[in-house]
Design a protein around this ligand. Structure first.
Ligand code: HEC
Length: 146
């Protein structure tokens, strides 16, 4: 009985290990395209955005080593693709005035709701946690318009 249990366990572990190895073969794109036109903003604002938002909302993503390992790599790549699609500081000056205003309103909303940066990201990136002061600095910038 005991032997049967442990044999099952060993087989399950081997299957799991094989699966984990296999999924590493699925290609994922983790790229940093050239920065076309970076956002220009006062230094304190830029510092906060760089440490709390740029990993997902710019072409200057710091891809971590664990982000190369599937399935985390899929998850990270999706965050960055979706993040860049919604808001991309590496292309900021290219957007027209109205688009920038819309994005600023969106940023304001995220800040008020406390939904950005993503909770799962802040867990591993303490430097990205926004203090009350950080939030104030960003809100002031957002409300001043682009
Ligand atoms: C770990 C990655 C990550 C970080 C860091 C991050 N975001 Fe995002 N952000 C996303 C993703 C993913 C989406 C797209 C969400 C969706 O499609 O539902 C998004 C969407 C947004 C949007 C658009 C929301 C909407 O619904 O239109 C804004 C605005 C935004 N983020 C602002 C910020 C700001 C400001 C920061 C820094 C304080 C930040 N984000 C940090 C991943 C991130």
């Amino acid at each position: 009985m005991k032997w049967k249990m442990s044999r099952k366990l060993i087989i399950s572990a081997a299957v799991l290990a094989a699966l984990i190895l296999l999924i590493q073969l699925v290609p994922v794109e983790q790229t940093n395209p050239p920065v076309e036109a970076d956002l220009v903003a006062p230094a304190p604002v830029k510092d906060i955005l760089r440490r709390a938002c740029y990993d997902c909302h710019s072409h200057e993503t710091r891809w971590p080593w664990y982000g190369r390992v599937a399935p985390f790599s899929w998850w990270l790549a999706e965050h960055v693709t979706d993040g860049r699609a919604d808001l991309n500081f590496s292309r900021w000056p290219i957007f027209d005035f109205e688009a920038r205003e819309l994005m600023l309103r969106d940023i304001e909303k995220q800040l008020m709701d406390g939904t950005m940066p993503l909770g799962s990201y802040v867990l591993g990136h303490r430097e990205a946690r926004l203090s009350d002061r950080d939030r104030e600095v960003l809100l002031e910038w957002v409300r001043a318009g682009s």
